[in-house]
Design a protein around this ligand. Structure first.
Ligand SMILES: [Zn+2]
Length: 168
């Protein structure tokens, strides 16, 4: 069983707001619902990001709305059938990346620093965040396909009180 950690030292959903969690939680100007593909964890630029599990760096990229991103491949038996499932954790809008593709990492290892790259360039104050996704494939398209709520690995969502990373 691959144990799961948290991506930041202090983990709380941006502004404690449901529209920064996973799913059809956002609205367009006309009121129709729109997907948010992951969780936004509150984080000013320059905070350390950690591997949530032992795994391998599948991708390091700097493209589009995600900006600088690290994609970690790891296994986790999320459906509890006794078989490890391969998942990907995407860390986005980073200001610095400290790992390279193909590198093996251990849970808690520093992957980079939070930032405001990609479409987060206008973020200020408490809106600065780590956009974090759990995926079933490394590079899915837009929308929710190829993704799970991060709840499947964390088991709880820090909407109000921050969850602090255990010192290991
Ligand atoms: Zn986001």
């Amino acid at each position: 069983m691959n144990r799961i950690g948290w991506p930041l030292a202090s983990n709380r959903i941006r502004r404690g707001a449901l529209n920064h969690t996973f799913g059809m939680v956002r609205r367009n100007a006309d009121g129709s619902r729109r997907a948010h593909q992951g969780w936004d964890f509150e984080a000013p630029a320059g905070h350390r990001c950690y591997a949530i599990a032992d795994g391998t760096i599948a991708k390091v990229r700097n493209v589009g709305s995600y900006g600088q991103q690290v994609i970690l491949r790891f296994t986790h038996d999320f459906d509890d059938d006794g078989e490890p499932d391969t998942l990907y954790a995407a860390y986005c809008h980073l200001s610095r990346i400290d790992v390279t593709e193909g590198q093996m990492v251990t849970r808690g290892q520093q992957l980079g620093l939070t930032g405001n790259t990609g479409n987060a360039s206008s973020m200020r104050g408490p809106d600065q965040h780590l956009h974090f996704e759990i995926r079933t494939v490394p590079l899915p398209g837009r929308g929710l396909a190829g993704r799970f709520s991060p709840m499947v690995v964390f088991g709880r969502c820090p909407l109000n009180e921050p969850i602090r990373k255990a010192v290991s």
